[in-house]
Design a protein around this ligand. Structure first.
Ligand code: GLP
Length: 672
């Protein structure tokens, strides 16, 4: 009985929150848009009622441990629709998206076509958008993207495929866009619309400011969107300024909508879209209006939702040691008080009374958490020889460790842990820094031109004439020849050597994994050969400690792929010889500074050590203005800000005040 009334309160609360959100919408039209009636016997999304944990979420959201699991379910939904319609002798209409996010879904659909015989003969597709000014043959056009990622590998009739035309005459854009909408209507409307989300909160290319009733049209791209696309176009200035996109209103007319998102770079905008008010400053928030919309997220993308960020505000929780630490650090952080000065009232007035009931009064709890945080700080990331290590993050034995550090591309490890690398070397450990890929895709032509002209001057090589010619004749986004990629790889390797020498590393290794050399951004296809190379490396080094990054990265990025390869290699049956590896540490890939409660080892940097780190970072000069995910400035400025901000957060919690801190999370292995 009591239970029932509790859940009806929750339902009322949800309705009230939704109403409040609706009232808070300043400019949106008040009438709810009309949705196409459910069309067929094939019911696609069973949108189940929200649970208590989801009470603050205005869009039904499902969270999966890995993006692969989410993608399999979405592929099932699509396969059921397509198959169901085949039985009825009818067509199925899909709305498709581009970007890294849906790539895995498309691979899954291709697999089903090849292995399970799923046919797309009765499928009609409409893509959300296209860059304005790009021909369908342009390597970065969405036409080309869709061909490479999906259409070339399935049996969809070419006349059933629709992607907006990026070359339509300016004067005819309006008319063209109306026609695009008519084609959707004539096809019977979209059955399932697949969406990704941009960091501005855009769906399609509906940037902030797009209204709920916007239709297919030409739009100007946001600065952040162009910056995120800069790597695909080899420089922000090459990214088109305009695009043609379906409108928010067009998207909302689909019968079912599935928004996919992976990786921590999307966490903040997803929180705004799912838990915030409907607002045109986050166009994805308008999906809250759609009765058949669901978000499929992986755990890192969902990390900022209330049920993960502050689960105690959402319902009863089990006070595990990790959650307790998180709650206390959160309370201190939000009240801007050192941990040791938190009072009982601070806990009770901020929704944490149950913590006191279960764990005891503030005094003891504060001391316990203070000590836990204190024990994450160490100047001995390889362990302190002959010291009592019962409260240290790293065991003292063996005093001299073999340490293997993976850097997905040159610069990643330096950004995340240059200071720590420097310390590990100075403290006498045998450190192997491995650059898993050469990073040649990240070298802009201007850098290659500079190096070619320098070498030409000293006549050091014979084939430079051909390279110079290629650089003269190519446009920025033409595919590089193998020779030019090798040359660009040499540039990055030289930078990486210079940078690691500053950190005291006498030698570094370049693994040059095949998946990278075969591919390009968003189109990497790692296979068993890549895993085998990592297994061989681990076997030859037999490390006591491993450092790795990319756990929260987009799974299709280089860092995300390398993370998966290394963890797979360590789990592989051939791994017995790595059994001596006691710890695997994760360093941050810099998309978001970690909060103190998420950190298991904090390595402080003195002002002089920070200067050495920055010096090593500056040597990656080809990477100026190349790093995505950073809203302003250079990646090294961002790394410095992150390291300083971690130190400030420790200080604010009442711990010692350092210049900067590099943060690590324990991925596996006992702390001792
Ligand atoms: C582009 C596309 C969007 C996509 C977004 C996110 O701007 N127009 O449809 O959702 O990027 O891209 P990604 O999936 O690569 O993060």
């Amino acid at each position: 009985m009591a239970k029932q009334s509790a859940s009806s309160i929750v339902v009322l609360k949800v309705i009230e929150t939704q109403r409040a959100a609706f009232r808070a919408t300043p400019n949106a039209k008040r009438e709810t848009p009309t949705f196409a009636e459910p069309e067929s016997a094939v019911k696609l999304l069973a949108v189940t009622p929200r649970t208590e944990a989801e009470q603050f979420e205005h869009i039904k959201t499902r969270v999966f441990r890995r993006s692969d699991d989410a993608v399999r379910e979405v592929a099932d939904l699509i396969a059921n629709l397509v198959h169901g319609r085949q039985m009825e002798n009818r067509t199925a209409v899909l709305g498709l998206a581009t970007g890294s996010t849906p790539v895995k879904l498309y691979r899954q659909l291709i697999r089903r076509h090849r292995e399970d015989g799923l046919s797309f003969r009765n499928v009609i597709t409409f893509n959300l958008d296209e860059y304005y000014g790009l021909s369908p043959e342009h390597p970065e056009s969405y036409h080309n993207f869709m061909r490479v990622q999906l259409f070339d590998h399935i049996d969809i009739p070419p006349e059933n495929v629709h992607v907006p035309d990026g070359l339509v005459d300016r004067g005819k854009v309006f008319e063209y866009c109306q026609k695009y909408e008519e084609l959707i209507t004539r096809a019977g409307g979209i059955d399932i619309q697949i969406l990704g989300i941009g960091r501005t909160g855009h769906i399609g290319f509906n940037e902030p400011g797009s209204g709920i009733d916007s239709r297919t049209r030409m739009v100007a791209l946001d600065r952040l969107t162009r910056r995120d696309a800069a790597r695909d176009f080899r420089g922000e200035s090459n990214v088109p300024e305009y695009a043609i996109t379906m409108g928010v209103g067009t998207i909302l007319e689909a019968r079912e909508i599935i928004l996919l998102a992976w990786g921590e770079s999307k966490a903040a905008v997803l929180r705004a879209a799912i838990e915030g008010p409907e607002t045109d400053s986050v166009p994805a928030s308008f999906l809250q209006r759609h009765p058949q919309c669901q978000c499929f997220l992986d755990e890192t993308a969902a990390g900022d939702l209330m049920r993960f960020r502050t689960p105690w505000k959402v319902g009863p929780v089990q006070w595990t040691p990790e959650l307790t630490r998180k709650a206390v650090a959160w309370l201190a952080g939000s009240l801007k008080k050192p941990v040791l000065r938190l009072r009982d009232e601070d806990y009770t007035e901020n929704g944490l009374a149950t913590l006191l009931v279960e764990i005891g009064a503030a005094y003891g709890l504060n001391i316990r958490i203070f000590n836990e945080l204190q024990h994450t700080i160490t100047g001995w990331p390889g362990g302190k020889p002959n010291a009592d290590d019962s409260h240290r993050p790293v065991p003292a034995h063996p005093a001299h460790k073999r340490i293997l550090v993976f850097s997905p591309e040159p610069l990643d490890a330096e950004l995340g842990m240059a200071g720590t690398l420097n310390r590990l070397v100075n403290q006498g450990h045998e450190v192997t820094l491995v650059y898993v890929t050469s990073g040649n895709l990240g070298v802009p032509d201007r850098e290659a031109r500079m190096a070619v002209s320098l070498l030409n001057e000293i006549q050091a090589a014979n084939n430079l004439g051909a390279l110079a010619k290629e650089l003269d004749n190519k446009t920025a986004y033409d595919e590089d020849s193998a020779a030019l990629r090798r040359f660009k790889g040499l540039i990055r390797k030289a930078e990486a050597r210079a940078s690691s020498q500053i950190l005291g590393l006498a030698d570094v290794q370049f693994l040059d994994l095949p998946f990278y050399e075969r591919g390009r951004y968003r189109q990497f296809r790692p296979d068993d050969g890549d895993v085998a190379a990592v297994v061989r490396l681990c076997e030859s080094i037999q490390p006591h400690q491993i450092y790795l990054t990319g756990a929260g990265a987009d799974p299709s990025s280089v860092a995300g792929i390398v993370y998966r390869l290394v963890t797979e290699a360590l789990d592989s049956p051939a791994r017995h010889s790595n059994a001596g590896t006691s710890q695997i540490w994760l360093y941050s890939s810099g998309e978001r500074p970690w909060l103190p409660h998420e950190i298991n080892m904090a390595v402080p940097l003195s002002p002089a050590e920070l200067a050495v780190k920055l010096d090593s970072l500056y040597h990656h000069r080809s990477q100026r203005s190349q790093t995505p995910f950073i809203e302003s400035g250079e990646s090294w400025q961002h790394a410095e800000r992150t390291n300083r901000s971690t130190a400030q957060q420790y200080d604010q919690l009442g711990l010692a005040e350092y210049e900067a801190i590099e943060a690590f999370r324990l991925l596996a292995g006992a702390k001792r």
